[in-house]
Design a protein around this ligand. Structure first.
Ligand SMILES: [Zn+2]
Length: 322
């Protein structure tokens, strides 16, 4: 039995300043635009195709794409959360600073873009320390949030929760409550919850990407390849349902998804479909999403509102694997 539904409000301490019992203050109905900041050649689909040692052979496109995204955020008067790789922060510290100066939250996407399955707990701890330092040096602001590359916190990597807690991470957004060959925890709750890696281990507030619940299943509608491959009404259906159910809606995008002219890599057939489909339509689609009613919030703001109210607990080591 993976899910333990408990009232966590006492264990999490007194509600923070400004909190009220009103559902409207619990992150309910809030919408979050999140960007996982990486280069096109760092993605999981390029694993085994472009080795990290060869990344320097591929032209950097991330600044161009971040400029495009920052212009869109500004045009729509939106703020979001940018989960940035340490490897990006090392090469582009001024870009990280520009994102922060525009009012967006800077959070961590790790250092290299390795799925956690390929790391030991000690190496994962090092990637966290490194990325936090690079990001904090670039902005002068403390990093509160984390998202694993390719949503790779799953039952088999449940040790990562203890490492996140040891590093003082205030929220995580790595557990995707869907069934997918490479990631996902299908029985994870779609609303913010506390996750524990091991029985009795430390817990971390989890704010999962948006899913649409239909016929007892979780349909991934939060962004990425789903955003480009699936009809746009699916994401809108998911956004509407999240608002009705009073849970925040977390969307995610990547800078390279808005770059139809990026160099093409010799990816597998599936990788090409997931990576290169409808890149020319992506900016117009995101523009339409940004027009939707808010409130649009940064993840750290949703976390501070959700923390006193998150009630369910997931013991990740016993959750169902995809
Ligand atoms: Zn990523």
């Amino acid at each position: 039995m993976a899910m333990v539904s408990q009232n966590e409000s006492n264990a999490s301490g007194a509600p923070g300043p400004g909190h009220s019992a009103s559902p409207a203050c619990a992150g309910a109905g809030a919408r979050c635009l999140t960007i996982d900041v990486e280069e096109y050649f760092m993605i999981e689909a390029a694993h085994g195709v472009v080795a990290p040692a060869d990344w320097g052979d591929w032209p950097s496109r991330v600044q161009r794409n971040i400029d495009l995204l920052l212009e869109m955020f500004a045009r729509h008067d939106r703020v979001g959360t940018f989960f940035i790789l340490g490897d990006i922060a090392r090469d582009h510290p001024k870009m990280v600073r520009r994102i922060a100066d525009a009012g967006h939250e800077i959070a961590s996407h790790g250092t290299g873009h390795q799925r956690l399955h390929r790391l030991t707990p000690d190496v994962f701890a090092d990637t966290l320390t490194t990325s936090f330092k690079l990001l904090e040096d670039a902005t002068g602001q403390r990093v509160a949030g984390y998202r694993a590359p390719t949503f790779s916190i799953v039952p088999g990597t449940s040790w990562a929760i203890d490492v996140l807690a040891e590093h003082g991470v205030e929220y995580d957004s790595s557990i995707f409550p869907v069934r997918h060959p490479q990631y996902g925890v299908p029985d994870a709750p779609p609303a913010p919850f506390y996750v524990q890696g091991r029985d009795g281990g430390a817990r971390v507030l989890e704010i999962p990407p948006l899913v649409w619940e239909i016929a007892g299943r979780h349909v991934p509608v939060a962004g990425g390849g789903y955003f480009r491959l699936l009809p746009q009404w699916l994401m809108k259906r998911g956004l509407h349902q999240a608002r009705i159910q009073g849970r925040p809606a977390v969307l995610y995008f990547h800078p390279w998804e808005f770059d139809p002219d990026m160099p093409r890599m010799p990816l597998s057939f599936t990788g090409r479909i997931r990576t290169y489909t409808r890149l020319r339509q992506a900016a117009a689609r995101l523009d339409e999403v940004m027009r939707l009613d808010g409130p649009w919030m940064r993840m750290c703001d949703v976390a501070s509102r959700a923390r006193p109210e998150a009630q369910e607990r997931l013991l990740l080591s016993e959750a169902a694997s995809p």
